[in-house]
Ligand binder design. Structure first.
Ligand SMILES: [Zn+2]
Length: 502
């Protein structure tokens, strides 16, 4: 690795007369001209540059028509990443990169770019905070040519559970005035309940964050005694008497324990498919799957956060809440870290013929797909990591995937029940593609301990359905239907106490 000394210097392009001479020399040769002047002279041409800021990490992508190699140097003070890219010259697309950094980017404060030496472009990414950079290349896939990717991760990864807790606390503060009377239990309680969240914080095992792939699952806040697996608020009380709840590791148990005794936060992981570099399917009018599924997920989140199940507040947890790429196994891992009760992945896919239409719901299969179409769909969805751009060199990804292959029959059975409930409600607002839950090996459904379904809300490849998917009316109807399906599922399958440590 060559460390250039002047990382502080603005990366201004120096004069490169040698290149001009080279260009003139190339123009002299007819054969060379046929092969493409730009490619030979510049090595590779930049096709596009993109920046994907997100709280999880910020990604910078440089797409080119030839493979690029890069050498990186991280400088701690002030934090910045210098990357020397070989085989390219400055061009307008690279200059655009500078303007693509948004002021609210969590990691990047600015990018400087310039010709450092003939055939070498230097990129200096100025950072707002120390970051763990991952620099890797991706071979051409889908609509993309070669990609050189810089991912900037925080040095301390955000804890999804803490984020969920903070969000809920904020909501509680905002709703200090009690909501209008409603028919369900929660409305009769004080609105500002730090309640299950305090418990979640107190009981959250700090080891969780450092245990790769296998987060420790803690007991429910409302277990009436350790080891009692059935004492949820709505489970029959004859399993164990409704004694005052024992809250082993709760520091502030006394203030409003009675009011909270039956509360147990029910967490629904919402997984809007695709994102960032992976647009998902694209409709004939250009509608992108990643955008419509995020909209639908937001609508569903509103409904979930306003819903209770027999007095237990529900909370949506989004595996992505912005337009960025999240690897499939990370989606599963996030849901497990918050100990989600359900996992609902939302998609709007395409088929090779525009005639295909209607919604479908999929669950995992342990033994082959339920149909050729289901297998085709799973293969297609599982390619998201290639399109989105997974750094395959990251070792623990493999470990996590191996662990996640321990899916259980119980999970699949519950997933089928959930899927059936969802299909029943979705059929009331739209056409179904298949009346039964289909099964195949979807990587994103592999949390062994969370009932998980993938909803294909419609075929975005069908012009009529694409138009519906774009319409706020249909998005709202779909969100309502999925919400009713989730409630229907819980009415027959009460959430279990959290006693799932393996
Ligand atoms: Zn999809």
């Amino acid at each position: 690795m060559s460390l250039h000394p002047d990382l502080n210097a603005p990366a201004e392009p120096p004069r490169v007369p040698a290149l001009l001479r080279r260009r003139q020399a190339l123009q002299a040769g007819g054969v060379v001209l046929l092969m493409g002047l730009t490619e030979l002279a510049w090595g590779a041409s930049i096709v596009a540059v993109r920046v994907w800021p997100a709280p999880d990490y910020t990604r910078v992508t440089i797409e080119s028509d030839g493979a690029l190699t890069a050498r990186q140097t991280f400088v701690a003070n002030p934090p910045r990443l210098a990357v020397d890219i070989d085989g390219i010259e400055m061009n307008p697309a690279l200059r655009e990169l500078v303007a693509k950094v948004k002021a609210d980017d969590p990691f990047i404060s600015g990018i400087r770019v310039g010709q450092y030496a003939p055939g070498v472009v230097r990129l200096v990414i100025d950072l707002k905070q120390p970051a763990l950079p991952q620099v890797f290349t991706l071979p051409p896939v889908a609509a993309y040519q070669h990609r050189l990717v810089f991912d900037l991760y925080p040095t301390v990864a955000a804890d999804p559970l803490e984020a969920l807790i903070a969000e809920r606390l904020q909501d509680s503060r905002q709703s200090l005035t009690p909501p209008a009377p409603a028919s369900t239990g929660m409305a009769s309680k004080p609105a500002a309940l730090p309640d299950p969240l305090g418990e979640l914080i107190a009981q959250r095992n700090p080891a969780t964050a450092s245990t790769p792939g296998r987060p420790e699952l803690k007991p429910s806040p409302n277990l009436s005694s350790p080891g009692t697996a059935h004492s949820t608020a709505q489970a029959p009380v004859n399993v164990s008497p409704p004694a005052p709840p024992v809250r082993p590791s709760k520091p502030a148990a006394t203030e409003s324990a009675e009011a909270q005794a039956t509360d147990r936060l029910i967490i629904i992981a919402l997984d809007p498919g695709h994102g960032g570099e992976d647009p998902g399917a694209t409709g004939p009018s250009g509608t992108r799957e990643k955008d419509v599924v995020l909209s639908i997920a937001h609508l569903l989140r509103e409904r979930i956060n306003a819903t209770t199940v027999k007095g237990n507040p529900m909370r949506a947890f989004m595996t992505r809440d912005a337009d960025f790429f999240v690897p499939l196994h990370v989606r599963v891992d996030k849901a497990r870290r918050v100990q989600a009760d359900l996992f609902v992945s939302i998609h709007a896919d395409a088929f090779i013929t525009p005639a295909a239409r209607g919604a479908s719901v999929f669950a995992l299969s342990q033994s082959g797909a339920s149909s050729a179409a289901a297998r085709w769909m799973a293969d297609k969805e599982n390619r998201a990591d290639q399109v989105g751009g997974l750094n395959v060199k990251v070792q623990d990804a493999t470990v996590q995937r191996a662990l996640l292959d321990m899916s259980t029959t119980a999970q699949i059975n519950d997933s089928l029940k959930l899927g059936t409930a969802l299909l029943g409600e979705i059929s009331a607002v739209g056409r179904l593609h298949k009346p039964k839950v289909e099964q195949a090996g979807f990587a994103v459904l592999k949390a062994p301990d969370i009932p998980s379904v993938l909803v294909e809300t419609a075929f975005i490849s069908n012009p009529e359905e694409e138009a519906r998917l774009r319409s706020p009316e249909y998005q709202n109807q779909l969100a309502d239907a999925v919400m009713r399906g989730i409630e229907r599922y819980f009415s027959r399958n009460p959430p279990l106490a959290r006693n799932r440590s393996a």
